[in-house]
Design a protein around this ligand. Structure first.
Ligand SMILES: [Zn+2]
Length: 148
């Protein structure tokens, strides 16, 4: 077991700056993983650069995502909840589930009605068919709604 593995085991997911030493191939072999969000053009999907989180397989995914969001408040400001979920989805369904479990603590709820009608607020539940859709309700009702 390496120093970094021992530290992560005791303290949970951490950024590189908190680790006792630089992450080596030995750490990787011992099970140290890293987590961040990437966009399609080498940047993070949420704009700007993100602080990467190192963790072990045994760590709870929710903890890893919380630590990531705690350390990247600029990304929380730059993105809404639906956009964050879309970014996390590329990591797989289990990560998306974990993100959904913690993102309410960081992102405002999408259920907001603004003056002038519905605005695009990411994921909403349709009152007619009960499906979750993205975008504006009138658009959903016209084009996608499966309610008779
Ligand atoms: Zn519907």
């Amino acid at each position: 077991m390496t120093l970094n593995v021992q530290y992560l085991r005791e303290h949970g997911p951490q950024p590189a700056s908190e680790l006792p030493s630089g992450v080596t191939i030995g750490d990787r072999k011992a099970g140290v993983c890293r987590w961040t969000l990437r966009g399609s053009h080498g940047q993070t999907a949420m704009g700007g650069s993100a602080t990467m989180i190192y963790h072990l397989e045994e760590h709870d995914k929710r903890l890893i995502i919380k630590r990531f969001l705690d350390l990247n408040p600029q990304l929380v400001d730059a993105k809404d909840k639906a956009g964050f979920h879309r970014s996390v989805r590329s990591h797989g369904e289990s990560w998306l589930d974990a993100a959904r479990a913690v993102s309410d603590d960081y992102f405002e709820r999408p259920e907001r009605l603004q003056q002038g009608g519905w605005v695009d607020q990411g994921e909403q539940t349709c009152p007619m068919c009960g499906e979750i859709f993205e975008g504006q309700l009138p658009t959903h009702l016209e084009n996608e709604c499966s309610s008779p």
